[in-house]
Write a protein that binds this ligand. Structure first.
Ligand code: FAD
Length: 372
């Protein structure tokens, strides 16, 4: 365990993926960085455990290398319902599945190499004008970064919370020992929930269910998809079911005075987008650049731009969650015209302009929905 310093240029509250990404990026800009988290590493969390191609680009920018024996590649996304199936490949590379604990360890290794001070088993109890309060004393700092996740206390303490623009769902995940059968992340659609399956090893998959019903568990959801249920029926379960909140949240502000927010603390998109981790990494990179220029306004602008596309795609997918008519007809249309789905995926990963997206996806989809 490291000694608690009395002073740090930057103090990061929360040592999850976003906090560690910020620590690495800030060290690269020459800041002295301390990170505190009450948990002990490597930290596990309910997550679908998929990293899309852009998340891998962000990790490469941070200098984080994922151990090849702990990742499993996937080429794209597949949507399935009882009646339909459609898939498309990413136009910009591959994604990988990785156990959350392995991802966390890779981030820790890089942050330690970069010279960040990591205080595990250490909760931040409050903020003061000059720094942060730990139970065992105060650490003075110039900047405070709130990376303390969905229910961020830093967000409250800094007066950045907002009850507006928030929608909550709940996710539960479990691992199974089974050879992955697909080279895509599979998203199974049903009424009021989605199950998604990520290959994370040559003999392991991660299965998550997300819904608005906090009582819905995988054991209730899986039988709605008989083929998936049959595949998993005799596969050994290799982890306990773990839940987490999935919020779509937009904040009017992501910084005040000397406090800035990153990752889920700073606003989030629904888990179905698979974009949460990438956003956390990119927030860290953008914040480091802005602090180096002493310009948190620039961070706020980049943050807004980063959130726009995933928030839009998340809203489109959540409208399919809410309306059975839309879900059925969109899935019908996509499976009979897979190039519409390919155009949507290209937009999702930032490889299509708005114009291309409207021409290649929204117009043809709209025509099919009108004819339905
Ligand atoms: C069901 C589900 C599936 C998902 N699937 C995917 C996916 O496949 N791909 C993807 O990219 N994203 C996915 N996400 C989103 C992703 O998990 C989150 O975006 C990501 O975990 C956010 O990282 P974070 O570091 O901001 O927050 P967290 O991971 O929540 O970390 C916050 C940290 O802050 C610490 N903390 C809290 N309070 C304090 C305090 N007072 N003092 C110090 N530390 C504190 C906590 O202990 C924690 O370690 C999924 C989310 C859910 C719910």
């Amino acid at each position: 365990m490291r000694d608690t310093p009395r002073h740090s240029d930057v103090f990061i509250v929360g040592g999850g993926p976003a906090g560690l990404a910020a620590a690495i990026a800030l060290r690269a800009r020459g800041f002295g960085v301390t990170v505190a988290d009450p948990a002990l590493p490597p930290i596990d969390k309910g997550c679908g455990e998929g990293l899309m191609p852009n998340a891998l680009v962000a990790l490469a920018r941070l200098g984080v290398s994922l151990p090849s024996h702990h990742v499993f590649p996937f080429r794209g996304i597949r949507f399935l319902s009882r009646e339909n199936s459609v898939d498309a490949s990413f136009p910009n590379g591959i994604g990988v599945g990785i156990r959350r604990t392995h991802l966390h360890q890779a981030l820790i290794d890089r942050a330690e190499d970069a010279g960040a001070t990591l205080l595990w088993g250490t909760q931040v109890k409050g903020l003061s004008k000059t720094g942060v309060e730990l139970g065992k004393g105060t650490v003075a700092c110039r900047w405070i970064v709130g990376a303390d996740g969905e229910n961020s206390r830093v967000r409250q303490w800094a007066g950045l919370d907002s009850p507006r623009n928030k929608s909550l769902r709940v996710g539960f995940r479990r691992h199974y020992k089974i050879k992955p059968w697909a080279d895509c992340v599979e998203i199974y659609w049903a009424s009021g929930f989605q199950v998604y399956v990520t290959p994370i090893g040559s003999e392991e998959i991660c299965v998550a269910v997300i819904s608005r019903d906090s009582h819905l568990r995988l054991d209730h959801a899986l039988p709605f998809h008989p083929e998936l249920f049959a595949r998993l029926k005799n596969a050994p379960v290799t982890s306990t079911e773990r839940g987490a909140l999935s919020a779509s949240r937009r904040l009017p502000r992501v910084y005040r005075d000397h406090v800035a927010l990153v990752g889920d603390a700073s606003g989030s998109v629904d888990a179905i987008t698979g974009e949460g981790l990438r956003l956390g990494f990119e927030h860290g990179l953008a914040l480091a650049e802005a602090l180096a220029d002493d310009n948190l306004g620039a961070y706020a602008a980049t943050h807004r731009a980063l959130m726009r596309r995933p928030a839009f795609m998340g809203a489109l997918m959540l409208s399919m969650d809410r309306s059975a008519w839309l879900r059925r007809n969109v899935l019908n249309a996509l499976s009979s015209e897979p190039r519409i789905f390919a155009a949507q995926l290209a937009m999702h990963v930032g490889e299509a302009t708005t114009g291309e997206f409207i021409r290649q996806s929204m117009f043809p989809l709209g025509r099919r929905l009108l004819a339905a």
